[in-house]
Design a binder for this molecule. Structure first.
Ligand SMILES: Cc1cc2nc3c(=O)[nH]c(=O)nc-3n(C[C@H](O)[C@H](O)[C@H](O)COP(=O)(O)OP(=O)(O)OC[C@H]3O[C@@H](n4cnc5c(N)ncnc54)[C@H](O)[C@@H]3O)c2cc1C
Length: 366
């Protein structure tokens, strides 16, 4: 049986960031990816926003990893020529009832160490975003946008330069924990059985399923799987916005907000609906609800200008009616298996936090 030092299961942005980090630490890394290309799931189906770190509960892993992750990401992009833009974001209250929500965000952001927020008066708001209907708002200048594919390519390139190997079309089908390592059954065109000193489960939507397929990981430590789909519509006209625009959100997601990609195209979304399997099909019956939600803050939205875009699925480990999970990391102190780190529920802001997540995972391996 072939033996490996370190297997990272999953080549999304988080798995690739971890592979890069471990390869830089001198580990021999193989990335096992079930698809025939890297980054085709959540890492290719998100808003591509570099989040400031505003919304997350104080002390949560999301709060603790987003702010340093964001700072590290800007530096990384500048040093490695990954396309990005510090475009800024305005969070708006559309009527007086939403102002309390706005104030709550500001307090939460400051508690999380986001120290550059600026309340805007109405005249400033009108000058900055003349097409947005609102009564109050604040600017978060450190929010940005990024080419997530370019970022993944850069992480992979660096990992490969340090000797890491990406094995595509190599799904992990199961495995077992042994006294001197973790045996993985890898399928695909060239099936193999490998024994690994260290395994990182970074399989996104499938992370709990992968953990369940490895005998010896106590079932009671593996969280349940829930999926929540989000749709994006694109705007067929020139951008009426200069920055990202976020309305005051609901408790479980950030609302139908405006993002602008690096090509200047405006996207609205994502919305939120629980689903029971990974199916990215676009449900076009959502159009009317998008027009309604967007006109709340952009009354100038013309009929016929929204085009179906794409969907993404949030990897949830808590379900309907339950509090939204935090990023969850299990090492031997949780599941008792030496050499195994499992990541669960790495939804937003996982892209922003990817470098900080990789550092955290490295710290959990010692
Ligand atoms: C709608 C939406 C919008 C978002 N917007 C943002 C945003 O603007 N900013 C931000 O910071 N974050 C955002 N996020 C979060 C961010 O996209 C994710 O946190 C990040 O992409 C997760 O990366 P990952 O590598 O963990 O997962 P993935 O990208 O899903 O990668 C997991 C990989 O594991 C592979 N895999 C699965 N099972 C196996 C197996 N058995 N064997 C081998 N490989 C396997 C998959 O094929 C996949 O390639 C958003 C998420 C969603 C859903």
């Amino acid at each position: 049986m072939e033996t490996l030092d370190c297997a990272v299961i999953g080549a999304g942005v988080v798995g690739l960031a971890i592979a890069r980090r471990l390869a830089r630490d001198g580990r021999d890394v193989v990335i096992l990816e079930s698809e025939d290309a890297f980054g085709t799931h959540t890492s290719a189906r998100n808003s591509e926003v570099i989040h400031a770190g505003i919304y997350y509960a104080s002390g949560s892993m999301k709060a603790r990893l987003c702010v340093p992750g964001r700072k590290a990401l800007y530096q990384y992009c500048a040093e490695h020529d990954v396309k990005h833009q510090r475009i800024g974001k305005v969070i708006v209250a559309c009527d007086d009832t939403e102002i309390a929500g706005l104030k709550k965000y500001k307090a939460q952001a400051e508690a999380n160490g986001v120290d550059d927020l600026r309340m805007l008066d109405l005249a400033e708001l009108k000058a900055m975003e003349p097409n947005v209907r609102c009564v109050a708002g604040f600017l978060t200048p450190s929010t940005g946008i990024i080419d997530s594919h370019g970022l993944m390519l850069s992480y992979l390139g660096e990992a490969e330069d340090r000797g890491a190997m990406l094995a595509l079309s190599s799904p992990v089908l199961g495995g077992k924990v042994e006294s001197d390592g973790i045996v993985l059954e890898v399928g695909g065109t060239e099936p193999m059985t490998v024994k690994c000193r260290t395994v990182i489960i970074s399989a996104g939507l499938k992370a709990p399923d992968v953990a369940r397929s490895i005998a010896g990981i106590p079932a009671a430590t593996i969280p349940p799987t829930f999926y929540a789909i989000g749709h994006y519509y694109t705007l067929s006209t020139k951008s009426p916005f200069n920055r990202l625009i976020y309305p005051v959100a609901r408790p479980d997601w950030l609302g139908v907000h405006v993002t602008i990609d690096l090509g200047g195209r405006v996207k609205f979304g994502p919305d939120f609906e629980w689903i029971d399997r990974v199916d990215y099909q676009f449900d076009e019956t959502r159009e009317a609800s998008f027009y309604k939600a967007i006109r709340h803050y952009f009354p100038g939205l013309q009929d016929g200008t929204l085009q179906p875009g794409y969907t993404g699925i949030r990897p949830r480990i808590t379900g309907p009616g339950e509090p939204v999970q935090d990023f969850t990391f299990h090492n031997h102190s949780v599941h008792g298996v030496q050499g195994l780190v499992a990541l669960y529920g790495i939804e937003s802001p996982g892209l922003t936090s990817s470098l900080a997540i990789a550092d955290h995972v490295a710290s959990l391996m010692v």
